[in-house]
Design a protein around this ligand. Structure first.
Ligand code: CP3
Length: 343
């Protein structure tokens, strides 16, 4: 059994540095595109047999040291009462964006076993299929990132509506964050019970906030989620992008592993975080488009910079892009393993 990912999360010695990739299942793989031609993204997520197939695609094709559940961070919004779709070329579209206190009060704090039972079913199937080959990672979106989709109605550049709600109606904001946090905490705990051996909290867009606003409007909610999930006894990866000025606050909110993006050099980030946490990251996903020697050189630099410290999980600073050649992903994973083989 390959447990180097779980060992690195716990900062134990490993035979080689573990590697997996955010969005390792997706459009850059021909196998994924073939299945996607026959099913919508939501169908892939809603059907445990299909979620299993997609989850296994990168595990079968690449030397990755972990599997990540195929699902999406937005799935809990549906049973909360906020319907959405993935529109071609546009990304997610929330049908009725949340802008008022009344809409926030109407959101349901759903039980994951009811509204998200299909995800839990997928985890059980995947765990059985993996049969110990590599550990299985579950995940959820963090409340700020989920709120940004709910309030903006989709993707956003400046998060104007989200932050306006936060500044103008702090009580409504905290009520929204509390509902999202309750759902996310229960969902992650249920994922662990269903077979997830680690979980990642994706706070992808939290870097839009100043440190002061992070501490005031977000950190208490994230801290509560992470405290609840940490009692399950599995490693928890706390990830965000654009977080150069937030890292210490994120660490204080919790997590076994802190995910860092490429804008922040990994070794000094780890010095700031201290030895109490493992780190995950942090190659720029654009480097995987080539040239390959530039990608490999920058990956080597990251590995050299943290050499000799236990607790590094190699990953990108954000998800794999759809244009990425699969051969580059394989070459990168092979490089990580060969450069870090311990005596
Ligand atoms: O990492 C994995 O392989 C697991 C699967 C996974 C998906 N989404 C599948 C997906 C994971 C971990 C996510 C997380 C997710 N979803 C995040 C957080 C991570 C991040 O990238 O910041 C966010 C913000 C979302 C919301 C989301 N889902 C957006 C904005 C989009 C559209 C953007 C795009 O790339 O088209 C999605 C769609 C989505 N989720 C795809 C996949 C594979 C695109 C594929 C498709 O249309 O078939």
């Amino acid at each position: 059994m390959n447990d180097r990912f779980l060992r690195a999360c716990r900062r134990e010695p490993v035979d080689r540095t573990p590697v997996w990739f955010m969005r390792q299942a997706g459009r850059y793989m021909a196998e994924y595109r073939a299945l996607r031609a026959k099913h919508t993204l939501l169908d892939l997520c809603h059907t445990p047999e299909l979620s299993l197939q997609v989850t296994m695609q990168p595990v079968n094709a690449l030397p990755v040291d972990a599997a990540i559940l195929f699902a999406d961070i937005l799935l809990p919004l549906e049973p909360m009462g906020a319907s959405f779709e993935f529109a071609a070329g546009e990304g997610p579209v929330i049908h009725e964006p949340i802008r008022s206190r009344a809409q926030i009060d109407a959101l349901r704090v759903c039980d994951p076993h009811e509204g998200l039972g299909y995800v839990l079913e997928s985890l059980k199937l995947i765990r059985r299929e993996l049969n110990g080959r590599v550990p299985l990672i579950g995940f959820a979106g963090a409340p700020f990132t989920l709120a940004s989709y709910l309030v903006e109605g989709g993707k956003s550049a400046h998060f104007v509506k989200t932050k306006t709600l936060m500044y103008r109606e702090p009580e409504a904001w905290h009520a929204l964050m509390e509902k999202l946090s309750t759902v996310v905490a229960k969902y992650l705990v249920a994922q662990v019970a269903a077979g997830a051996q680690a979980v990642q909290l994706f706070d992808s867009w939290v870097g839009a906030l100043s440190p002061q606003d992070y501490v005031t409007y977000v950190q208490p909610h994230v801290a509560r989620i992470l405290a609840e999930v940490t009692t399950c006894g599995v490693p928890v990866i706390h990830f965000g992008t654009g977080t150069a000025t937030l890292l210490e606050h994120q660490r204080d909110a919790g997590g076994t592993v802190i995910g860092v993006d490429w804008r922040t050099p990994l070794a000094p980030a780890w010095d700031r975080l201290g030895n109490g946490v493992a780190v995950q990251g942090n190659l720029d996903p654009v480097l995987l488009l080539g040239p390959r020697d530039v990608m490999l050189r920058q990956a080597t630099d990251i590995l050299t910079s943290v050499k000799g410290r236990e607790g590094h999980i190699f990953n990108l600073g954000h998800g794999i892009l759809p244009e990425t050649p699969v051969d580059n992903v394989r070459a990168l994973a092979d490089l990580v393993h060969s450069l870090t083989e311990r005596a």
